[in-house]
Design a protein around this ligand. Structure first.
Ligand code: FAD
Ligand code: SF4
Length: 587
């Protein structure tokens, strides 16, 4: 019979056994999803909007600490065996594909280049590169006079980097030389041909390179998760369960400790009471019915576009410009990293698909170099586009179509791809606003996001230099033809944290300056983005904020004066099996 309760996009397409509450997360992981635990009229301790990279970690920590917590997720609760396919085209429903309006001089392509939609969020489709930010990232303005400083230092987040690297866990070299040198808990991965090319090119040019990580993919089995089988479908969601996503690393533990996840439930507005505090959230369920869930504290973890959109859609008397927007910075300082793809043709076979896309990189150009004509820097990483992505890149890079494109497609196995990852600075004119057109609404009648993006002079110089350097590395590796496509990756910012309520949306723990019991915690809080992939930092920040909420729970829930001290790390809240191996200690 068809599974009557399925909310998955593919639900009903296959014969399913009677729904027994069991759910599959990879071939060896089965979890039981409890039915509804809390009623709308119950006042729960925490509501989390969005169960993605940050939301999944917050949910798990707060549930383990014993709080009543409900996570709202606009997308489905994936059953990986039923819903995920080893097919590039079939994986497109992992993304937030709903209408968004793009603009500015350099519009960002969205769709498959932004947030996820479904439990696990963007960690389901990420490539899982997990470099840390460098100490310099937290004081960009002080060092270089551009961008902004963070309200925290590297030392504040370092213990959480170490913890999340264990929880995911991260595979990589025992000695990682850039930023603050450190090791990794799991051994590095073997090299695919693209990694070999990056290592060859860098070595011939005298550029240091990291082989085999850092990447949150198992290089050895752990508990009920098997090791990587090098099938290259990481960005299409790893059906094997070797790649970390909060869906498999944190959500099962959250459910075990009493968290409720309400999937296919879209939060439309945060309600503010007469006392100026958040009282709960309005949401639409899978059938489009509107409800209100009461809560003592609301945390928004919806990604750098949906977080500002929800806060703007929650405008109300006293907050006419949007919630938490007294500074006027909500929706501003959106960032994306320069993500040019450099493609090189080799005489020998490469077969890009035969490895995780993420397995080697260099951060040799990460820091500001006074001999260059721009501030900040970039990384060069392996990427492994599958055939559809490759075809799009060839169209963009060579203007190919028809037979020309077909010939390139037949040549796919000879091509390697590197990704530039360049730091674009936070600018006030890169924005998320509400669209105002009559047809610019979603199926619930809510205005969609209008995303505007413009490159500035520093960004353009950085991209030009980084692109040329990456092409040099590809040539040095032996490529006989090198082409490139300009693109962007990893949206963050637009609800940034800061030291002052005058120029930021929230404080160093994500508490909004304007509403005592309203927090923002996801990639949108980042004041700058470095040229490291943001996922590890997002999950580490979420774990730190969870510790803060636990330490200051009574004050936050009552509105009493709270401490602003670092909370102290709670390793006892990690998912089971985290500490089976230790991080190598460096002298
Ligand atoms: C192709 C690709 C590859 C990537 N590779 C890497 C990588 O290798 N390393 C890395 O570090 N990063 C990578 N990233 C980026 C990374 O995935 C994101 O930075 C990260 O997942 C963002 O975390 P988040 O918590 O801010 O948002 P998300 O993880 O996107 O979570 C937000 C969640 O909130 C839900 N939501 C939003 N609004 C609402 C609402 N109103 N009601 C209910 N639910 C809502 C969404 O459905 C979503 O599930 C990649 C991204 C892409 C697109
Ligand atoms: S390459 Fe490894 S991590 Fe990526 S999809 Fe395959 S098994 Fe999963």
């Amino acid at each position: 019979m068809n599974w009557p309760h399925s909310k998955s996009p593919l639900g009903g397409a296959f014969e399913e056994p009677e729904h027994d509450g069991m759910h599959r997360l990879g071939p060896m992981q089965r979890i039981s999803i409890p039915r509804r635990r809390f009623r709308d009229e119950d006042v729960v301790d925490y509501v989390i909007v969005g169960v993605g990279s940050a939301g999944g970690v917050l949910l798990q920590r707060l549930a383990r600490a014993g709080f009543d917590v409900v996570g709202f997720e606009a997308g489905p609760f994936w059953d990986t065996e039923r819903d995920w396919v080893s097919d590039e085209a079939g994986s497109h429903n992992l993304y937030w594909n709903d209408l968004r309006i793009i603009g500015g001089k350099d519009p960002l392509a969205l769709g498959s280049n932004n947030s996820g939609k479904g439990v696990g969020g963007g960690s389901v489709h990420w490539a899982a590169f997990t470099p840390r930010f460098h100490p310099s990232d937290f004081e960009v303005y002080t060092r270089d006079g551009v961008g902004a400083d963070w309200p925290i230092d590297y030392e504040d987040i370092e213990p959480y980097y170490e913890l999340l690297e264990q929880e995911m866990p991260v595979a990589g070299p025992a000695w990682y030389p850039w930023g603050k040198p450190h090791g990794h808990p799991y051994a590095p991965h073997p090299m695919g041909a693209v990694g070999d090319a990056l290592i060859t090119g860098c070595t011939r040019l005298g550029i240091g390179v990291s082989a085999g990580g850092p990447v949150a993919i198992l290089s050895a089995s752990r508990g009920d998760r098997p090791h990587c089988i090098y099938r290259g479908f990481c960005i299409q969601a790893c059906k094997v369960g070797a790649k970390a996503s909060t869906l498999i690393t944190h959500v099962p533990d959250a459910l075990k400790h009493g968290a409720e996840i309400r999937d296919t439930s879209m939060v439309s507005r945060i309600e503010i009471g007469k006392d100026g505090r958040a009282t709960g959230v309005h949401y639409f369920d899978a059938e489009g019915r509107e409800h209100f869930q009461r809560a003592r504290c609301v945390i928004v973890s919806g990604y750098a576009i949906e977080t500002p959109r929800l806060l703007l859609n929650s405008a109300c008397p006293g907050h006419e410009r949007g919630l938490a927007n007294s500074s006027g910075t909500l929706g501003k300082y959106l960032m994306a990293q320069a993500g040019n793809v450099i493609l090189g043709r080799f005489e020998e076979l490469i077969r890009m698909y035969k490895a995780p896309p993420a397995h080697a990189l260099t951060e040799e150009f990460y820091e500001t170099d006074p001999t260059r004509d721009f501030a900040r820097g970039f990384a060069i990483q392996t990427v492994g586009p599958l055939p559809i992505a490759f075809a799009k890149q060839m169209m963009a890079a060579k203007g190919q179509w028809g037979w020309g494109l077909r010939r390139s497609m037949m040549d796919y196995n000879h091509w390697a791809a590197f990704g530039l990852l360049g730091e674009i600075l936070p600018w006030a004119d890169n924005t998320v606003e509400l669209a105002t057109g009559a047809n610019e609404k979603d199926r619930f009648g809510l205005p969609v996001a209008r995303v505007s993006f413009n490159l500035h002079e520093n960004d353009k110089r950085l991209i030009e230099f980084g692109k040329n350097k990456t092409m040099d590395v590809m040539r040095a590796a032996g490529a006989v033809e090198v082409v490139q496509e300009q693109r962007f990756a990893h949206l963050v910012g637009a609800a940034r944290m800061g030291k002052s309520p005058h120029d930021s949306v929230c404080d160093k723990f994500g508490r909004t300056w304007d509403v005592d019991n309203l927090f923002v915690m996801d990639g949108s809080v980042m004041p700058t983005q470095g040229s490291a992939n943001p996922g590890l930092t997002i999950q580490s920040l979420a774990a730190r904020t969870a510790d803060y909420l636990i330490s200051n729970h009574s004050a936050i829930q009552s509105g009493a004066k709270r401490s602003l001290e670092e909370p102290g790390i709670r390793k006892t809240l990690s998912p089971p099996g985290t500490f089976r191996s230790g991080i190598p200690h460096l002298r």
